[in-house]
Design a protein around this ligand. Sequence first.
Ligand SMILES: NC(=O)c1ccc[n+]([C@@H]2O[C@H](COP(=O)([O-])OP(=O)(O)OC[C@H]3O[C@@H](n4cnc5c(N)ncnc54)[C@H](O)[C@@H]3O)[C@@H](O)[C@H]2O)c1
Length: 274
Amino acid sequence: MAYNLLKGKRGIIFGALDENSIAWKTAERVFEEGGKFVLTNAPIAMRMGKIKDLAAKTGAEIIPADATKVEDLENLVEKATEILGGKLDFVLHSIGMSVNVRKGKHYTDMNYDFTTKGWDVSAVSFHKTMQVLYKKEAMNEWGSIVALTYMAAQRVFPDYNDMADNKAYLESIARSFGYFFGVNAKVRVNTISQSPTPTTAGQGVKGFDGFIAYADKMSPLGNATADECADYTLTLFSDLTRKVTLQNLFHDGGFSNMGVSQEVMEAFEKGLEK
Ligand SMILES: NC(=O)c1ccc[n+]([C@@H]2O[C@H](COP(=O)([O-])OP(=O)(O)OC[C@H]3O[C@@H](n4cnc5c(N)ncnc54)[C@H](O)[C@@H]3O)[C@@H](O)[C@H]2O)c1
């Protein structure tokens, strides 16, 4: 159902790779709610992904940008405000990548060049994006910036590898930059900590299938889907959440406050009986 929540609002959506991407679902929902936006992704993702299909569906233009390159981000923000006809009301950072995860390097045997690349893509890119928006005064008052994160920033998930550290870094940047954006530009900055979700980035994590099934059984409401994450993000882009800022907001069916669930206990006990 659409509520016209984003009528007249303009923004940039990073990270739609294919129809499973959380950013893809968000773009579709923003479109339904009347928002206008520019889509962006790394130049390499343009070749691999299907972003053109999404652009055609939502009437959006695509501006490629490697989110680790400040000059790409400057070009993106300049062109986006030109194309959309004014300052921005919302920005979604939906970007994550660990070379250590991709290459199967264990957390206790990291390649630090990979580590550096991973935190640049997954965390510092958020700072770079905000710094460009801030310096160019590209956000409207009461605008909203959201990045996606995962609970491995607070709790141990061994296979999440250095992405856990990257997410902790990302969440800290949201608070620190959010302060300056709030005081000086009345813009809010938050992170959404999403359930495990079957996307290209999600499925890159070792043991993902067991992990997603476990989280589902632990969560009183079950895992949150990518579509539900898109819905939640919309509320943060809308005018209904103007005083929410500097927060890490769990969108996980209740998982983050659970100790154990009956279902997980029963599965464990069955295993012990064997
Ligand atoms: N899938 C999950 O289980 C899950 C759970 C919690 C949080 N998240 C987070 O959600 C966000 C979106 O991931 P997703 O699950 O939709 O997967 P996805 O693979 O569809 O999206 C990741 C995106 O990052 C983009 N990207 C990588 N390097 C880039 C660069 N240098 N410049 C610009 N873009 C770049 C990719 O092209 C891709 O579009 C990520 O931050 C991810 O960590 C995912």
